[in-house]
Write a protein that binds this ligand. Structure first.
Ligand code: MLT
Length: 259
């Protein structure tokens, strides 16, 4: 089974690298391959940044990527971390028909189903202006202190996160922020979801805290299997900070989904 995984802001596909290497080593149970594309405007994406990265635009891009990369007819698990979770909601709203029967399960990491409130949108505007003025360092200083659990600070995971943020072109980060401010809620998708669902969150996640994870599982009344995994010693980047916990959650999801 494939795992299709969407990354967060202002990051890239490398947040999924610890899981991709486990899958390649045969250590991810039924998951034999991880497809983690970069969203447009960064990393390995061939698509240029747009002025605004609406979650619907990124979801449409991902539908094309999946159609090319995952052999037709084969099942996959869909995973999203933070912004990647918002894109997953939009993907399910817009493309569930096209991939009918192939999406076996959903894994949401460090994300939330609520939209930005007015204060959140004002904050996005300020963040865009800060990047326009000071470049991607403004995103680094705004995001890095909030991304990781205390134990990861100053260590190799922080170096990885720092490098990902600094590699994000400023225009891409600004377009992401504009899209994040406009996004819709995902609660309706979750309340209609009828496949297994994993919701994983770091117990120190300062951006999408455990209360957001609980709110998502609370509405998923039609899912036959729901697992809320609160990961100790992790912040907003569970797959990088605690890859063994993330892997165990995904293996359980994959085993349930392939039954
Ligand atoms: C992310 O990690 O993708 C972002 O922090 C999401 C957000 O700011 O809402």
């Amino acid at each position: 089974m494939h795992l299709v995984a969407f990354h967060g802001y202002p990051l890239d596909r490398q947040i999924w690298a610890p899981l991709a290497s486990r899958a390649a080593a045969g250590a991810l149970g039924p998951i034999t391959a991880v497809f983690a594309p970069d969203f447009r405007g960064r990393g390995t994406s061939l698509r240029p940044a747009a002025p605004v990265h609406a979650m619907s635009l990124l979801a449409d891009d991902m539908a094309e990527e999946i159609a090319h990369a995952v052999p037709s007819g084969e099942p996959f698990l869909l995973a999203g971390l933070s912004m990647g979770g918002y894109v997953a909601f939009e993907f399910l709203k817009r493309h569930a028909g096209r991939f009918r029967g192939r999406i076996s399960g959903l894994a949401l990491f460090d994300t939330k189903a609520s939209a930005d409130d007015d204060a959140g949108r004002v904050g996005r505007k300020a963040a865009i202006e800060a990047i326009r003025k000071d470049g991607i360092e403004a995103a680094l200083s705004a995001m890095l202190p909030k991304l990781l659990a205390r134990r990861a600070k100053g260590g190799p995971v922080e170096q990885t996160a720092r490098a990902m943020i600094l590699a994000t072109p400023p225009a891409t980060a600004m377009a992401d922020l504009a899209g994040l401010a406009l996004r819709d809620e995902g609660f309706e998708v979750l309340s209609g979801w009828e496949r297994p669902l994993l919701v994983a969150v770091g117990d120190e996640d300062a951006i999408a805290p455990p209360s957001d994870a609980e709110a998502m599982t609370a509405v998923a009344g039609r899912a036959p299997w729901v697992k809320l995994l609160t990961v100790p010693g992790a912040g907003h980047l569970v797959p990088l900070e605690q890859p063994d916990e993330a892997a165990a959650g995904l293996v359980a999801l994959a085993e349930t989904s392939s039954r």
